[in-house]
Design a protein around this ligand. Structure first.
Ligand SMILES: Cc1cc2nc3c(=O)[nH]c(=O)nc-3n(C[C@H](O)[C@H](O)[C@H](O)COP(=O)(O)O)c2cc1C
Length: 334
């Protein structure tokens, strides 16, 4: 079975038991001085206007099922006014196939921002400075995402483990890209040091993609045919820092570029907590994947639930707009 399909199947079997988001508390306000209906979730991220500070994170493309999944996600993004990212476009660049990774995506997504995606490991191998522009053109993308996933690759039987020259390749790829470039992890997180390196390389934004949600080490361990790798995957289960912890380390308000928070977001309250910790935008993957398999309307229901809960968090903290949430963070009492 192909790798991207196995990722979908195995990700759907994972569940979040405890969450670092539960250690974060927002300040309750018993005296909101506005009408709940006046809460305004609209947000700006880079040059994009969004109906809420939410995007659908990179997941799929290239498998037979991907056309349907990306159609559901893109149509839901259009209906809900949020951004959508596709999964790695490597498979279409390698000429294997294009399912869900062609210009049909623009028809489904309408005016919603579309973000393309590729791994830095692939960029190192291809050594083709212009390829981000080609990938963007294939799906009419508004920005490109490069994912960093060394701890995913090492658990693949034939993963890309030669990352020599990665820092230079990152800077060169960004320099030649005509669109803004966002750097993300895949669920193990970007440390404050790596975020600084991304800023120096010219990134327009970073997506922290911390641990606490989809666990790629476990997924790759389950897919491996090699006992040595399967056992190592158990040893390293839970590797990486949680999204709230990384946000606290990164101090987004002090950075020159916006920070997207993702990794383990379960609901609209988690989204509010990410924004209270300085994130400009949040991204969801695992929480919308079951709906993405079913229908556009199921995806819309998930996003509407997130938006409603984010609005309630604004109401409960006395904020008419999520951008006011950063003053409402309080450490959980011990
Ligand atoms: C089925 C699946 C496939 C994924 N494929 C990609 C990918 O191709 N590129 C990428 O950057 N991230 C990929 N991710 C990682 C997500 O974008 C996200 O960073 C990670 O799942 C953490 O978010 P979550 O906890 O909300 O799932 C994938 C996630 C899932 C669930």
């Amino acid at each position: 079975m192909d790798r991207k399909q196995s990722h979908i199947d195995l990700a759907l079997q994972q569940s979040v038991v405890t969450s670092a988001f539960d250690g974060i508390q927002l300040q309750h306000c018993a005296l909101p001085d506005f009408n709940f209906s006046a809460i305004d979730l609209t947000s700006q991220f880079l040059n994009f206007q969004l109906a809420a500070p939410i995007m659908i994170s990179s997941m799929t493309g290239g498998t037979a099922e991907s056309t349907r999944i990306n159609q559901h996600l893109a149509e839901a993004a259009r209906e809900c006014g949020i951004a959508i990212a596709v999964g790695s476009q490597r498979i279409s660049q390698d000429g294997i196939n294009n399912y869900g990774l062609d210009r049909q995506l623009r028809q489904w997504a309408g005016n919603s921002p579309i973000f393309g995606n590729v791994g830095l490991a692939n960029l190192i191998q291809w050594n083709d400075a212009g390829c981000l522009n080609d990938l963007a053109a294939r799906i009419d993308a508004d920005a490109m995402i490069i994912h960093l996933n060394p701890m995913q690759e090492i658990f693949q039987d034939t993963g890309d483990i030669n990352w020599a020259g990665s820092v230079d390749c990152l800077a060169r790829s960004i320099e030649h890209c005509q669109l803004p470039v966002i750097i993300k992890e895949v669920g193990m997180g970007l440390s404050a040091t790596v975020i600084q390196q991304c800023i120096e390389a010219g990134a327009a934004a970073v997506d922290i993609a911390g641990s606490g949600g989809t666990q790629f080490i476990a997924i790759e361990g389950a897919m491996s045919q090699q006992p040595i790798r399967q056992r190592a995957a158990q040893t390293f289960a839970g590797w990486g820092a949680s999204t709230p912890q990384l946000l606290q380390q990164a101090q987004p308000a002090t950075l020159s570029i916006p920070v997207i928070a993702s990794g383990g977001i379960r609901n609209g309250l988690d989204i509010a907590k990410c924004i209270s910790l300085g994130a400009s935008l949040t991204a969801i993957a695992g929480v919308i994947l079951p709906a993405a398999r079913n229908s556009t309307s199921d995806c819309i229901a998930v996003i509407e639930q997130l938006k409603f809960e984010l609005a309630i968090a604004c109401w409960g903290t006395g904020c008419q707009n999520p951008s006011l949430l950063p003053s409402k963070y309080q450490a959980h009492p011990s």
